[in-house]
Write a protein of this length. Sequence first.
Length: 253
Amino acid sequence: MKTKNACLLVTGLALGLAAGAARAADNVAPPGFTSLFNGRDLTGWQAPVGDHGHWKVVGGAIDYDAESEAPGDKSLWSENEYGDFVLLVDWRIKATPYVNPNMCYVLPDGTNARDIRGRELHLPLPDSDSGVFIRGDGRFQVNIWCWPIGSGEMYGLRTDPKSSPELRAAVTPRHQADKPVGEWNRYEITVKGQTVKVVLNSQTVIPGATIPDLPAKGRLAFQHHGGKDRNGQWNGPPSLLQFKNVFIKELAP
């Protein structure tokens, strides 16, 4: 009996150490990359003034409840600017309490599908919404959300009437590569010159979109989205998100 108990104790200890090692691997940069998040606090990031702790760290991840009290921009910005880079980000949507009545069905060319009368098709589906801003401007955002088109698209460019048909198609995902709500996803975003490539969960969703007016350099950000009405109900898709394993490799221009 003593031998059996000792074996169980050693086995349990080994499993515990293995689990601890797995957890310790989070937020440790792979070779060639620099970690932008230490897993403990928001060092290197700027929470919006007046946020009052809604952007915070929980269990080794940047956690957001979409209820920042900041009077202006509510997104979380990096302190440093970046030009050409490869960015790795793990993210997950925590919940989708809001049903979006106007979710569009996006076609491969970046336009919205229409019915036989020419009216846009709108789908009522659960939705949350966030994204990664690149080079300091929310217009150049790699989206995170629940739309059928999948995460990875650059909505601000796809829906801009000034964008060419070629650009709208280029920033529309080739695949829906999202994992189910609640599970972790990984972005690999490569920005080189005026070209953006997005890989989601090892699937290339944006092979390489050339963006003529992409700034040469700028900060990164995790987007705020959503708000509540007077009755405390969400009036838009909220950014109920977590982020971890945020790593960057700066590239020579």
